[in-house]
Design a protein around this ligand. Structure first.
Ligand SMILES: Cc1ncc(COP(=O)(O)O)c(C=O)c1O
Length: 435
């Protein structure tokens, strides 16, 4: 006899029996009814403003009507079409459209399903076309959970513990973190980080054995760390000097988050290979490795592949996402609302001794918390602030090596009134720390 169907409440009570414990201890584990725009609706009957945007996957907010309509229409035609066997229009059209905006002149694409898959693909492509083995990654970086992506991930050691041995021939250099550097200026901080690379070349691996350097243009999970522009530009020059490919992971920074299509455009650098995912299809699973045709065209037939990558439904959602960003001038809105949010947070910093740093580009914004009068990370305050904000109806999520930073990444179509609404809750949650 089959068991009675459990209710949602009963399933929630059994969550730790049903879902792997590696996942199940996250924040805030909110039972949710539905979501629309910047709001999610809990089963507790409350409405929460979502300033995490599904880890940056929903840059247009939840269930954007135009994206939903495009996906629904595509579902009526064909849901699954393995590339190379069946070739739907949406997948080809998306490749063409992305070629109009992708950085570094990228005009050829390999579609996958997740950010980690894009990172795996980029690493394989770089090794394949250069015939070299070495990869240089940057400390504090986050690139995903599959084994290759976990190898280049160093934002927290718990993402690596117990999963080794990792992919060989990966080397690490510092990522410049001006707020936490002892160097006197951001330029000196960048210089120190670059010296790590020279040291690797001198002592560990010859540059002619290095296939690629892989970096997030702005570190996400690692703490919303914005490098000095000079660092990324010098990275480009070092790569050019030695025939090394520069891979930029734009999984969290892409599709308008920084007020440009991609963060590398805000920072003035052209990559050779770009990893795209998250906001590309506003919540539908899709990712891409992007590169110039002269580079990606050398990836031999059948040397890489996937069953679901470039799903016509996700591609239809992505096409609608690009259309909405363009038609609604959302890059400009991200810049506008982002600069307002930053200015207000800097005012809050003047009132709060536990705010060590406020930083951001566009609507990729974060606040780093410290013990008063020091730069000592303050994750305890972060936990209390997150809880108070949620009680006030604002969903936020932390990041940073010590979980000492709160990211503020509302949808890029947020209105000024909604920014004010969220800010008021955040202000209260932060200022309560003084009492
Ligand atoms: C910069 C970056 N790269 C890669 C990933 C992995 O993406 P996914 O979780 O879709 O595999 C993430 C996820 O947070 C990310 O932020």
């Amino acid at each position: 006899m089959t068991e009675r169907q459990p209710s949602y409440e009963e399933l929630l009570a059994r969550e730790s029996d049903l879902l792997a414990p590696c996942l199940a201890q996250d924040w805030p584990n909110l039972p949710v009814e539905r979501a629309e725009g910047v709001y999610v609706y809990g089963t507790d009957g409350r409405r929460y403003m979502d300033w995490l945007s599904g880890f940056g996957a929903c840059n247009l907010g939840h269930n954007h009507p135009e994206v939903m309509a495009a996906a629904r229409a595509q579902m009526e035609r064909i849901v699954h079409s393995p590339v190379g066997v069946l070739t739907p229009e949406t997948t080809l059209r998306l490749a063409w459209e992305l070629g109009q905006i992708a950085p570094g002149g990228a005009d050829m694409f390999f579609f996958g399903n997740s950010g980690a898959e894009a990172v795996e693909g980029a690493l394989k492509l770089a090794r394949y076309v250069t015939g070299r083995r070495g990869i240089i990654a940057f400390l504090g970086g986050f690139h995903g959970r599959t084994l290759g992506a976990a190898t280049v991930t160093t934002s927290k050691v718990r993402y690596r513990n117990g999963h080794g041995p990792f992919v060989p021939d990966v080397y690490y250099a510092r990522f410049p973190y001006p707020y936490r550097s002892s160097a006197p200026t951001p330029e000196a901080c960048a210089q120190e980080a670059l010296e790590d690379i020279e040291r690797l070349f001198e002592y560990v691996i010859a540059p002619e054995d290095v296939a690629a350097m892989l970096a997030e243009p702005i570190q996400g999970e690692g703490g919303y760390v914005i490098p000095p522009r000079q660092w990324l530009q010098e990275l480009r020059r070092i790569c050019d000097r030695h025939g090394i490919l520069l891979i930029l992971d734009e999984v969290q920074t892409g599709f308008g988050r920084t007020g440009e299509w991609f963060a590398c455009q805000a920072l003035g650098v052209e990559p050779d290979i770009v990893c795209l995912a998250k906001a590309i299809a506003n919540g539908f699973p899709l990712s891409a490795v992007a590169a110039r045709r002269e580079l990606m065209g050398r990836w031999g037939p059948a040397s890489h592949g996937t069953t679901y990558g470039g799903s016509p439904v996700s591609c239809a959602a992505a096409l609608a996402t690009l259309h909405v960003i363009r038609e609604e001038n959302l890059l400009e809105n991200a810049r506008l609302q982002g600069s307002h949010l930053l200015a207000e947070l800097r005012r809050l910093q003047a009132e709060s001794p536990i705010i060590g740093d406020v930083r951001g580009i566009g609507l990729m914004v974060a606040v780093e918390f410290v013990r008063p009068g020091t730069k000592h990370p303050n994750p305890e305050a972060v936990q209390r602030i997150l809880k108070r904000a949620l009680a006030g109806g604002l969903l936020l999520y932390p990041c940073g090596h010590w979980t000492q930073t709160i990211r503020l990444i509302p949808p890029i179509n947020i209105t000024q009134a909604q920014v004010e609404e969220g800010l008021a809750v955040f202000r209260q949650a932060v200022l309560a720390e003084k009492e």
